[in-house]
Design a protein around this ligand. Structure first.
Ligand code: SAM
Length: 277
């Protein structure tokens, strides 16, 4: 985690489709529980409306989807970037019209969901993508939609998985989501006991959530100054910069013109900001 706070984060492994596919092909899938994660089972058991649109990103073998189907949920979408688990799920659930199984990149996916379930997807992504994850989740949720599931509350020496902390997640999701819950999970599997948070976030549909490419920052001191400049703009509610300083997530009451953002950092001509659409 010290690395993440430092100037540049580099990940030696490109965590792309080929990487994940190789993990499945070589059965190096230590994350796979072989059954639904108990905290998610407990959570699913509380859902009354079985027709809500549910997305499970980075689904892997998706025992969660299987459990939902067994319990009569009718509108499930799962997506994964690796062909092997997707092919297996397609075979397992062929002729079942209550589930849509997609081979693809979560960040390219379009749709609207009442619930998105998180189970070791966030921790599989390079930490530099965390702001993009929050932005994309906000886009994919319907107005009253929720993001719920598990996040690690600990660092890891070897990654993936990439760890984190409650404070970090609170800073990342602030203002774009209402925090309904983010507590130590009480019924995690034994190897993950006391190291997972169960969270439930509700989309804040009253705010604008935008992601920007950023150029010019080379140290965390500069990052803090830039963040303060943006945070001081009237209407801005939260600013979160990626650990490689290449992207910034801005939550605001109203749409902020890129020109206004650029003006706020005009004291250094290296700094360039561009909206990602
Ligand atoms: C650690 S595994 C977790 C799988 C499953 N959720 C589980 O708990 O068994 C992470 C999964 O995310 C998938 N993944 C990684 N990046 C992705 C992306 N950009 N879009 C969709 N899936 C992705 C990987 O292929 C892998 O199946």
């Amino acid at each position: 985690m010290e690395d993440i706070k430092c100037c540049v984060v580099s990940c030696e492994k490109p965590l792309d489709a080929a990487y994940w596919e190789a993990q499945y092909k070589t059965k190096a899938t230590g994350w796979d529980l072989g059954k639904i994660s108990p905290p998610l089972k407990t959570f699913i058991d509380t859902i009354e409306n079985k027709n809500i649109a549910i997305l499970i990103p980075g689904c892997g073998n998706s025992y969660e989807a299987e459990y939902l189907l067994e319990h009569d949920f009718t509108n499930i979408t799962v997506i994964d970037i690796a062909p092997t688990p997707v092919a297996d799920l397609k075979e397992k659930f062929k002729n079942n019209s209550n589930i849509q199984i997609i081979l693809g990149d979560f960040f390219e996916h379009q749709g609207k969901y009442d619930l998105i379930m998180e189970q070791t997807f966030f921790c599989a992504l390079p930490p530099t993508l965390r702001q993009k994850y929050a932005w994309k989740m906000h886009q994919l949720l319907a107005d009253e939609g929720k993001l719920a599931g598990l996040l690690f509350n600990r660092p890891f020496e070897v990654s993936p998985p990439f760890g984190g902390s409650k404070e970090e997640y609170e800073a990342l999701f602030a203002a774009a989501f209402e925090f309904l819950k983010m507590d130590l999970s009480l019924n995690s599997i034994a190897p993950r006991a006391n190291s997972e948070l169960f969270f439930e976030l509700k989309k804040n549909n009253k705010v604008k959530v935008n992601l920007y490419e950023f150029e010019g920052i080379t140290c965390s001191g500069c990052m803090e100054s830039v963040t303060k400049k943006f945070a001081a703009i009237d209407g801005i509610l939260n600013v979160s910069m990626s650990s490689d300083f290449a992207e910034v997530l801005i939550v605001s009451k109203n749409e902020i013109a890129v020109g206004e953002l650029q003006n706020a950092i005009s004291y250094d001509e290296k700094y360039q900001i561009k909206k990602i659409s």
